[in-house]
Design a protein around this ligand. Sequence first.
Ligand SMILES: [Zn+2]
Length: 157
Amino acid sequence: MTNHEGFMSEAVKAALKGMSNNEGGPFGCIVVKNGEIVGRGNNKVTSTNDPTAHAEVTAIRDACKNLNSFQLDGCIVYTSCEPCPMCLGAIYWARPDKVYYGSNQQDAANIGFDDEFIYKEIPLPYEKRSIPFEQIGREIALEPFQKWSEKEDKTEY
Ligand SMILES: [Zn+2]
């Protein structure tokens, strides 16, 4: 077993443990830096009433807390399943060096976790989406942006 497979097996173990504890769906993820596990996560959607508590998001939160950083510089993410669009976005914001995934989107769809519909929603015009988006109040909403661009003591990211 290579190191990569060993770390993948840790992500799978997190999936199995979370599932047997009834924390959520069958997904696990770990974050590795310099050969050491710095963050662990598993799906906790149903146990925490948090639709964003996917394995990758919980692992990223754990790793960032442990590293005391809002970025995963030099880190590798091992996730038991190919990330959904939300986790894909979270991973891009966290900026790890690489992602290894185990099972794929089709494997997840086969057991009822189908995120294909979200990918199909992305290119649709807002009024055609299953959850309609409509812009209102742009003028008032621009105030924080203007204040941010003038703010002297901001932490950029
Ligand atoms: Zn996800």
